[in-house]
Design a protein around this ligand. Structure first.
Ligand code: GCU
Length: 604
């Protein structure tokens, strides 16, 4: 499969003289750079620090920077990429072609490309990777058996020199499915013995494996709840099998009722993760990491931070981000996630003012769902490479600024020419807001086409079983999640509960996430909610038209292949933005029969 190395942030090595020193006072994986009399040096306490330091140095050289006196260390020890690759080769929520690792039920890859990929990930500090989907289907359950382990071990070998450890997603029901036991009950001694034997075998083949990742009791996957056991019982039985080898259980918290009756207005999906896990704080073993999606819904365009983040003082946690653009444009529409991540890490959670205050303390790992595949440019949309790069930077340092990260990515990928760098930075930095403008308004969520999640369908999920309702009527829209409604806001610290519970203080972009409001409610801009919806949907289309004009004006400064492929994506984005504008505006106009103040075209 052809692929490109030249149009990525990781360009061919620039030659320079490098001195490496050991300084045991530096933290693990950290480094100190300097340049004295033209000699560059990297000091570190360990080999990983040397690797990261030399990449950081090379970035600075490529960006033409002159100040090399930098000391840096990662905020968390685990910076994890979760691929959702099926063993068939199809990637769940993948928008960049087939799996890099699997084909037709087997592990199958281009070793050169994978070596380059490992280097690419290490260059931004990623140090854990899970190749197979959390939805463990077909033969991928057998990755922990003798049938596929030798191939998995060979793949792990490629990542080892880059200090990247392997995680395997396993099926909770493996003792039954693979071991032929009558039950997977975590309190059954036979089940514990089975997991120990499985772990022993995996570690014999891959001694530095990081651990097992589990999606249990979630979207029809087997789990302990179905057997009358707790999430902690389930996570601990696996953790105890991994412990003698230094391994961990990465246990996902995406547990909710996916067979809800839409008529039931009391069950509120965003409450589910906290309700299931918070009461169990202190009952998880020390080598269990709970993997929590950043928001309480599901990687939506706009939602608050999950109240579960930081709500368990005695439990290790990972925050889970999504690089693959499932709900954020599917690598057709431009959406630089760095802006969203900056906001997530600076937004309050639990009892702190910022998520990033928790990173390194309760949150000991940062995870994200990968956006790469076999496409020549790795990410479908060439500019979506910026999202993979930014993930590494934010996982290393959650205090990063989107502006700096994206500016560096542009400089490394396309060069430091200001005529290109400034307009492109502006496109990337505004792309999140632009997408949100033509999407579901004010935190309402879920107005997407069902199953594939691209394009508008205002009531697509409204009468479904997934717990995804906005309940728009002729006069009002949104869900009251305050104490007068579903009570969701009480899961936050009292100061946040208060902030979100009052429409006057609730951040307006999330108004309809927390409140049910009449369309004529006046926003801070002086506009009604309805007029805001009309205006933003017209603006979103205009913004995409401006992106296209900007991109065309930069043609002489861009490599032709990147220019053409991005232009093609921007044109598809424009079609999508128009579809969203017309469907959403028409939907609200037909419901309310209130015309647009500016008399623009809305379909009666
Ligand atoms: C979303 C997504 C699924 C995925 C799930 C998960 O619901 O649409 O494809 O399996 O999240 O995170 O487990």
């Amino acid at each position: 499969m052809p692929y490109r190395e030249d149009r990525l942030w990781l360009q061919t090595d620039a030659p320079y003289e490098l001195k490496c020193e050991t300084d045991l006072a530096l933290p693990p994986e950290g480094y100190r750079l300097s340049c004295i009399n033209g000699v560059y040096s990297v000091a570190s306490a360990d080999e990983a620090g040397k690797l990261y330091g030399s990449y950081a140095l090379r970035e600075k050289i490529l960006l033409g920077e002159t100040d090399f006196s930098v000391t840096s260390a990662p905020a968390v020890s685990e910076r994890i990429l979760n691929h959702w690759d099926n063993i068939t080769g199809v990637v769940e929520r993948g928008y960049s072609g087939a799996s890099l690792f699997f084909q037709n039920g087997n592990i199958s890859y281009d070793p050169e490309r994978i070596r380059f990929y490992a280097r690419l990930l290490a260059s931004v500090g990623i140090n854990r990777i899970c190749f197979n989907n959390v939805n463990v289907t077909g033969r991928s359950a057998k990755l922990i058996t003798g049938e596929l382990l030798p191939d998995l071990a060979a793949l792990a070998e490629i990542f080892r020199p880059y200090h990247i450890k392997i995680i395997v997603a396993v099926d909770f029901n493996s003792p039954v499915m693979l071991g032929g036991l009558p039950t997977s009950d975590p309190l059954d001694e036979g089940v514990a013995v089975w997991w120990r034997a499985a772990a022993d075998m995996v570690y014999a083949a891959i001694p530095d494996l990081a651990g097992f990742l589990v999606k249990a009791d979630s979207e029809f996957r087997a789990g302990p709840a179905a057997l009358g056991r707790t999430q902690a019982d389930g996570a601990n039985v696996i953790a105890r099998a991994l412990k003698p080898h230094g391994g961990k259980t990465y246990w996902r918290c995406f547990v909710y009722n996916c067979e809800q009756d839409w008529r039931d207005a009391q069950t509120d999906r965003p409450k589910a993760a906290y309700d299931h896990f918070q009461p169990l704080d202190g009952t998880f073993d020390g080598n269990v990491i709970l993997q929590i999606k950043y928001g309480p819904s599901d990687f939506q365009v706009r939602e608050p931070n999950s109240p579960l983040l930081g709500a368990m003082r005695n439990t290790a946690q990972a925050i889970e981000l999504q690089i693959t653009q499932e709900y954020t444009g599917q690598q057709i529409d431009l959406y630089a996630l760095a802006a969203q991540w900056e906001e997530i890490f600076t937004s309050p959670v639990s009892d702190t003012r910022q998520t990033r205050d928790l990173v390194g303390r309760e949150i000991i790992a940062v995870t994200a769902v990968a956006n790469t595949g076999r496409d020549e440019n790795w990410t479908g949309h060439t500019l979506a490479q910026a999202n993979l790069y930014a993930f590494g930077r934010f996982a290393w340092n959650p205090a990063e600024k989107a502006k700096d990260v994206l500016n560096d990515w542009i400089g490394l990928t396309f060069g430091t020419e200001p005529q290109l760098r400034e307009p492109l930075l502006n496109m990337l930095l505004t792309s999140r807001d632009v997408y949100e403008k033509y999407n579901a308004p004010l935190g309402v969520c879920w107005m997407v086409n069902i199953h594939h999640h691209y394009g508008p369908s205002p009531e697509g999920y409204e009468f479904m079983k997934w717990g995804t309702y906005h309940r728009a009527s002729r006069t009002s829209i949104g869900v009251d999640r305050t104490e007068k409604g579903t009570g969701y806001t009480a899961q936050y610290h009292p100061y946040l509960d208060k902030l979100y519970s009052d429409p006057a203080t609730c951040p307006e972009e999330m108004l309809l996430y927390f409140h049910r409001m009449p369309y004529d409610y006046i926003l801070k801009s002086g506009k009604t909610i309805l007029q805001h919806i009309y205006d933003t949907h017209f603006e979103g289309v205009e913004d995409v038209e401006n992106y296209i004009a900007t991109w065309i004006s930069m043609k002489p400064l861009l490599p032709d292949s990147a220019y053409q492929s991005v232009l093609e994506r921007l044109r598809r984005q424009l079609d999508n933005a128009k579809e969203w504008r017309d469907v959403i505006n028409t939907y609200f106009y037909r419901l309310t029969e209130i015309p647009d103040e500016k008399g623009r075209m809305i379909y009666p």
